[in-house]
Design a protein around this ligand. Structure first.
Ligand SMILES: *[C@@H]1O[C@H](CO)[C@@H](O)[C@H](O)[C@H]1NC(C)=O
Ligand SMILES: *[C@@H]1O[C@H](CO)[C@@H](O)[C@H](O)[C@H]1NC(C)=O
Ligand SMILES: *[C@@H]1O[C@H](CO)[C@@H](O)[C@H](O)[C@H]1NC(C)=O
Ligand SMILES: *[C@@H]1O[C@H](CO)[C@@H](O)[C@H](O)[C@H]1NC(C)=O
Ligand SMILES: *[C@@H]1O[C@H](CO)[C@@H](O)[C@H](O)[C@H]1NC(C)=O
Ligand SMILES: *[C@@H]1O[C@H](CO)[C@@H](O)[C@H](O)[C@H]1NC(C)=O
Ligand SMILES: *[C@@H]1O[C@H](CO)[C@@H](O)[C@H](O)[C@H]1NC(C)=O
Ligand SMILES: *[C@@H]1O[C@H](CO)[C@@H](O)[C@H](O)[C@H]1NC(C)=O
Ligand SMILES: *[C@@H]1O[C@H](CO)[C@@H](O)[C@H](O)[C@H]1NC(C)=O
Ligand SMILES: *[C@@H]1O[C@H](CO)[C@@H](O)[C@H](O)[C@H]1NC(C)=O
Length: 395
């Protein structure tokens, strides 16, 4: 048996002691337990829910910080996050949740709250940063109390059955960066206070039934990157103040669900468009007067980074577009997807024109035009991948 050098032994002992201390630290961190009042609040919340699939079966043990969907701070044990998305939950959202005053993340998306209103008391969870109630079959209105969520950065109420008008109190959410209200039944005028959301980067109001104009205050949202107002029944002129939003990368306007929708118009030849030099995606559907002036197309032609362009349902015709000089197009090499469906093109010259104007196009939609002849074989040769060519009236 080799003898152990006592110095070395002391050294090893020190290392082992140190490692045990480290282990204790780690264990001590894990031992931080949830706060009893918050645990009881969560149990009350669970009792009011209908959990058909037993997704909350872990919600019985003493440390609620270990339960499914829950995160606590490792310092104080307060519940910080409640992530219960896609668990097939229904039933009532009990106001015991108000006990979780430190909560900064709440995700109840993809559940089944069958037409129930969004609880007003959520407006008192003033530490919330992220609130996601999308696609969960909520009905009723947006509670005006949401105006108190002064730290909120992210609000997603998309794909529910919410109705009535957007409360002007939402304009109080000065930290908001992401607002998604798409696919609901919102109506009435969009409040001008929307222009007070000065940090907003992402605004999606598509698929609703608003009335009246797009408020010009949207032009105050100087951080905006993504704006989607498609199929939302706005009418009148598109505010030229949008031209102030030079960070915008994606803009989607127009489109009509309902026959009685008034259409949007572009004024002054759309000169404001040419300021949007960061645009990569632009979609104008069914804008009523785009076929009366060349100016707006020349403005679009100046955009240097455009990758996807949709100009659908404008009654655009050959004699309107062919005289435009191909050399004027700044996006010739960046454009890869072009949708010119539902227009009035008749001659295959449009294909020659397109091949002059663009050099990297991979997807082209000319469906629902009035094209004649054997143009389809021509386009298949010309476009190497993904040609999209249904529904023309070939003779
Ligand atoms: C709390 O946890 C986070 C991440 O798990 C960690 O980075 C942080 O150091 C911890 N804080 C303390 C005080 O233990
Ligand atoms: C909520 O959960 C859904 C589903 O997983 C996810 O897509 C979404 O990003 C989450 N919301 C937030 C704010 O993290
Ligand atoms: C909105 O903010 C104003 C002042 O900034 C405040 O007086 C008002 O109470 C807030 N409204 C709501 C609903 O929080
Ligand atoms: C919106 O901002 C303007 C100017 O900053 C301010 O006068 C107005 O009170 C704000 N409105 C709301 C509802 O916060
Ligand atoms: C917001 O926009 C409106 C109309 O475009 C303008 O009159 C107002 O001064 C702007 N407010 C701020 C705070 O920039
Ligand atoms: C915003 O746009 C309007 C109209 O296009 C213009 O008169 C105004 O000076 C612009 N404001 C800013 C801050 O750029
Ligand atoms: C085309 O636009 C008109 C309004 O200009 C609208 O009435 C019509 O429904 C639109 N058609 C399609 C297929 O979107
Ligand atoms: C523009 O489109 C409308 C239908 O939206 C049509 O009635 C009109 O004739 C078109 N004008 C031109 C110059 O093509
Ligand atoms: C667009 O192209 C024109 C020349 O056709 C050029 O003068 C202009 O500076 C270009 N604009 C941008 C933003 O690249
Ligand atoms: C395409 O470019 C060629 C060569 O510059 C030119 O002769 C032709 O007229 C152009 N065709 C169209 C439709 O612009």
């Amino acid at each position: 048996m080799p003898t152990i050098n006592p110095v070395r032994f002391k050294f090893m002992q020190a290392i082992i002691t140190f490692m045990m201390m480290m282990l204790q630290v780690v264990c001590a961190e894990e031992e931080i337990m949830c706060i009893e009042r918050e645990r009881e609040a969560l149990l009350q919340f669970k009792a009011a829910l209908v959990d058909d699939y037993g997704m909350l079966s872990s919600w019985t043990t003493s440390d609620c910080c270990q339960w499914q969907g829950i995160r606590c701070t490792n310092l104080t044990g307060h519940v910080l996050m409640l992530d219960l998305h896609s668990l097939g939950l229904s039933g009532e959202i009990h106001q015991s949740l108000m006990e979780l005053q430190q909560l900064n993340y709440l995700n109840l998306s993809f559940n089944y709250f069958l037409g129930r209103g969004i609880p007003e008391f959520l407006g008192s969870l003033t530490n919330l940063r992220y609130l996601d109630l999308s696609f969960s079959h909520f009905g009723g209105k947006i509670p005006t109390q949401f105006g108190s969520l002064s730290h909120l950065k992210y609000l997603n109420l998309a794909l529910n059955s919410l109705e009535a008008s957007i409360p002007r109190q939402l304009g109080n959410l000065s930290q908001l960066q992401h607002l998604d209200l798409r696919g609901n039944l919102f109506e009435g005028k969009l409040p001008s206070q929307i222009g007070n959301l000065s940090r907003l980067q992402h605004l999606d109001l598509s698929g609703n039934r608003f009335e009246g104009n797009i408020p010009s205050e949207i032009g105050n949202l100087s951080q905006l990157l993504h704006l989607d107002l498609r199929y939302s029944s706005f009418e009148g002129s598109i505010p030229s103040q949008l031209g102030n939003l030079s960070n915008l990368q994606k803009v989607y306007l127009g489109g009509s669900f309902y026959d009685d929708d008034g259409a949007l118009k572009i004024d002054d030849g759309g000169h404001w468009l040419s300021n949007l030099i960061s645009l990569t995606h632009l979609s104008f559907d069914s804008i009523s007067n785009l076929n009366t002036s060349h100016s707006f197309l020349q403005m679009i032609a100046k955009l240097p980074k455009l990758r996807e362009l949709s100009l659908s349902n404008f009654s655009l015709s050959d004699h309107f577009i062919l005289p435009l000089r191909p050399s004027k197009f700044n996006f010739s090499s960046s454009l890869s997807v072009l949708d010119l469906s539902i227009n009035s093109f008749t001659s295959s010259m449009i294909l020659q024109w397109l091949s002059n104007v663009t050099s990297n196009l991979v997807e082209l939609d000319l469906s629902h035009n009035l094209l004649e002849g054997s143009t389809s074989s021509m386009i298949l040769q010309w476009l190497p991948s993904k040609p999209f060519w249904p529904c023309n009236e070939f003779s």
